[in-house]
Design a protein around this ligand. Structure first.
Ligand code: TYD
Length: 133
């Protein structure tokens, strides 16, 4: 499955902490877009889609949440609970995010601009596509 956890280098001193993200040094694609999700209500699940052609790096810059990843065969769960932990997700991975903490700010770096045509939001269509690949 095309995902991996990337440990982000923390630059800290007596004043506090800082993480710098540069392509391609820390992020394995050119960053075209950044968005962040916050104020997610308790017991809410988000995502529930896959992308045909998009690389993303997700980081909980505050709080925590859990990514459930599915490639049509296996399922993996990754808990993001540190600003120094990045989750890289490649193409054709069905993702759902859940267990958001109240203070969660989930930042996502993406390799392409927003394009609704790139989304697969129907799980049956996703399964058909990955099973014929
Ligand atoms: P949605 O895809 O439902 O969010 P989630 O990541 O939880 O699956 O996106 C919510 C709304 O925001 C939807 O109307 C699409 C819009 N949106 C943009 O306009 N640009 C973006 O970069 C993203 C990620 C979403």
């Amino acid at each position: 499955m095309d995902f991996r956890v990337i440990n982000l280098h923390e630059l800290g001193d007596e004043r506090g902490c800082l993480v710098a993200l540069e392509s391609p040094k820390h992020v394995p694609f050119d960053i075209k877009r950044v968005y962040y999700i916050y104020g997610t209500k308790p017991d809410v699940s988000r995502g529930a889609h896959a992308h045909q052609n998009l690389n993303q790096l997700a980081i909980c810059v505050s709080g925590s949440c859990v990514f459930k990843l599915f490639d049509g065969r296996e399922t993996n769960e990754v808990r993001l609970d540190s600003p120094t932990k990045g989750l890289f997700i490649g193409n054709m991975i069905w993702r759902e995010m859940h267990s958001f903490s109240e203070d969660c700010v989930l930042m996502v770096l993406a390799s392409r601009n927003y394009d609704e045509q790139d989304y697969i939001r129907d799980r049956d269509s996703f399964l058909k596509l990955v099973n014929q690949a």
